[in-house]
Design a protein around this ligand. Structure first.
Ligand code: C5P
Length: 290
């Protein structure tokens, strides 16, 4: 087999707490990451040499700046494989939105190459390579829902919770992740954050309590600069969401709904004001290719 196709699902952060700045320039985190059914499709093909990246989207870089390219380069370096790969990214995940689009593509390339070249790199080694590519890549490699610590790479997988009915709204601007973290001040944290309450609600599948526990430290930072994020949150709640939150460093905002019908009705409302509106659910790896 010389080509392989993989699903690369987006992630949302149900909780994102930022702690102090570390000596390596990253912030210590405590976050709950969750895969959703908004997916890129990654095609990996063996070619005689080199690495090429192509995409149906003109919004992503296709050279060395693409995380998928970096994944292929690191994989070749690690294994010493001489052959090359041609990567095609069918982009569906909004770019620069806080949904780990680039990270999940990179994770899929690592998995695809390990399979195509029968390299048999262990999961531990793949996770190390993933961590060198970006903080979200280790999560995207294996997990569905996980509590992540460190800079995001120390993962505790969580059991499957309830399948979430989601609506995502992505405003027409991008947020720099590095700048959002730089601007964040630990002392601004609200005192009500409680990851334990979330974990308990997740375990018993209590959707209302899960929705109540949503929290993101970077939201305040991004809202200060882009008031539209706050507006989208209120509009999602007005349209029937139990609660809404910005994902990662944003600007994507997701709402959690009790059922798909309510989420669908809210989509019709939100589409009147926003171009990028996506209905999604939790993504289980057994649902699809990945
Ligand atoms: O790891 P990644 O390349 O995705 O991170 C992008 C930027 O976000 C980093 O360069 C850093 O400025 C910031 N970041 C951080 N602490 C983390 C993760 C990311 O400060 N735990």
């Amino acid at each position: 087999m010389h080509t392989f196709m993989l699903a690369a699902p987006a992630k949302i952060n149900l909780i994102l707490k930022v702690f102090g700045l570390r000596s390596d320039g990253y912030h210590e985190l405590e976050t709950i990451m969750h895969l959703i059914s908004l997916i890129d499709i990654i095609h990996v093909e063996v070619i005689p040499e080199g690495i090429t990246v192509e995409s149906n989207s003109s919004l992503i870089p296709v050279g060395e700046d693409n995380l998928a390219y970096r994944a292929a380069a690191l994989f070749k370096e690690e294994t010493g494989i001489k052959a090359g790969v041609k990567i095609f990214i069918e982009k569906n995940i909004p770019v620069g939105a806080g949904l780990a689009g680039g990270s999940t593509d990179a994770a899929a390339v690592l998995k695809g190459m390990n399979h195509l070249f029968q390299a048999k790199l262990s999961l531990v080694r793949l996770q190390e390579i993933a961590g060198a590519i970006g903080s979200d890549v280790p999560f995207c490699l294996v997990s569905e829902t996980a509590l992540a610590r460190g800079r995001g790479e120390i993962l505790t997988p969580l059991d499957r919770g309830p399948r979430l009915n989601l609506l995502l709204v992505v405003p027409d601007f991008q947020v720099s992740t590095a700048e959002a973290y730089r601007t964040y001040q630990v002392e601004h944290r609200s005192l009500t954050v409680d990851t334990a309450a979330f974990l308990n609600a997740w375990q018993i599948g209590d959707l209302i309590k899960i929705a109540d526990s949503l929290y993101n430290d970077l939201e305040t930072v991004s809202i200060r600069k882009h008031h539209e994020i706050k507006k989208i949150k209120s509009e999602l709640i007005k349209a029937g969401a139990v609660n809404a939150l910005m994902s990662g460093s944003g600007p994507a905002v997701f709402g959690i709904f009790t059922d798909q019908k309510t989420a669908g009705d809210a989509a019709s409302i939100m589409q009147k004001s926003y171009k990028q509106v996506y209905q999604a659910t939790s993504y289980y790896r057994s649902d699809n290719y990945g």
